[in-house]
Design a protein around this ligand. Structure first.
Ligand SMILES: Nc1ncnc2c1ncn2[C@@H]1O[C@H](COP(=O)(O)OP(=O)(O)OP(=O)(O)O)[C@@H](O)[C@H]1O
Ligand SMILES: [Mg+2]
Length: 246
């Protein structure tokens, strides 16, 4: 699904990602751990194609196609989606309008899907509000997910979907992420893939990630079992974790 080779990225002249290699298979869900400022969000923004993230070396391949220089909208059309860590408020754009734009690109759903999606995320009363404007922290996280349900990407990146979410809502957030990633649906063949950033790993109690990476100072250091890596980080810190699991 996703193959990143030797990716080095600068932002305003500062090198933030340094020779990153990452692979996410079809049907695989991968977690990404790392301290504040290590480059996690920058990696997701680079995969999504935000301007300002200059690729100095390396390539990003998605479904076998080189997307390194492609615009955000083309990447979204090819099936990449993202839930932001801190999404902006979009003044003048109502939630129901952005959801309608997302589903209009699909052939498998009609307008009735919008009400199913907002009900699923307890956002019924938010349809006529401007996207994220005045939303609480937890409401913003649910608003990100409802847009992803409407978009239905093949590869979805979640930037700290559990931060600021209350103990009851996190169950809902986990259920919807599982739905987006075709997890916990019995024997059906999984095609969708995911990349989830989490600090404490709360979301991984609901979403069973296959593998995890650790990023430190812009470099990916190891890949392994998410629970083992989290336990190592908790007991040894990030630096200790990478020496242990390398
Ligand atoms: N426009 C910019 N100009 C200068 N530095 C930047 C810019 N954008 C990001 N950075 C720096 O890049 C580094 C990585 O930031 P990033 O947001 O990717 O970290 P993160 O791993 O997601 O951290 P957190 O866990 O706190 O969300 C940080 O030191 C940040 O200050
Ligand atoms: Mg971040």
């Amino acid at each position: 699904m996703l193959d990143i080779q030797n990716l080095t990225v600068t932002v305003q002249g500062k090198r933030i990602l340094k020779g990153v290699n990452m692979h996410v298979s079809s049907g695989e869900t991968v977690a990404l751990f790392g301290p504040n400022g290590s480059g996690k969000t920058s990696l997701l923004h680079t995969i999504m194609g935000f301007p300002g993230y200059t690729v100095e070396t390396g390539t990003i391949q998605f479904k076998g196609e080189d997307i390194t220089g492609m615009s955000i909208d083309k990447r979204a059309e090819r099936g990449i989606g993202m839930a932001f860590q801190r999404p902006p408020a979009v003044r003048g754009v109502k939630l129901k309008d952005i959801l309608r734009m997302c589903i209009n690109r699909r052939e498998d759903v009609d307008e009735t899907a919008i009400s199913r999606y907002v009900q699923k995320l307890n956002l019924d009363d938010f349809q006529d509000r401007d996207v994220n404007l005045g939303f609480s922290g937890g409401e913003i996280k649910r608003c990100e997910l409802v847009q992803l349900l409407a978009q239905d990407p093949d590869f979805t990146m979640f930037d700290e979907p559990d931060s600021g979410v209350d103990l009851v809502s996190i169950h809902l957030v986990g259920t919807v992420i599982n739905e987006l990633l075709q997890r916990g649906n019995g024997p059906c063949k999984k095609i969708k893939s995911g990349l989830i950033i989490s600090h404490a790993g709360h979301i991984l109690e609901f979403v069973n990630a296959d593998r995890a990476y650790v990023i430190l100072n812009g470099r990916l250091h190891c890949s392994g079992n998410p629970r083992d890596i989290l336990d190592n980080i908790k007991s040894k810190g990030y630096e200790g974790c990478i020496t242990c699991l390398r």
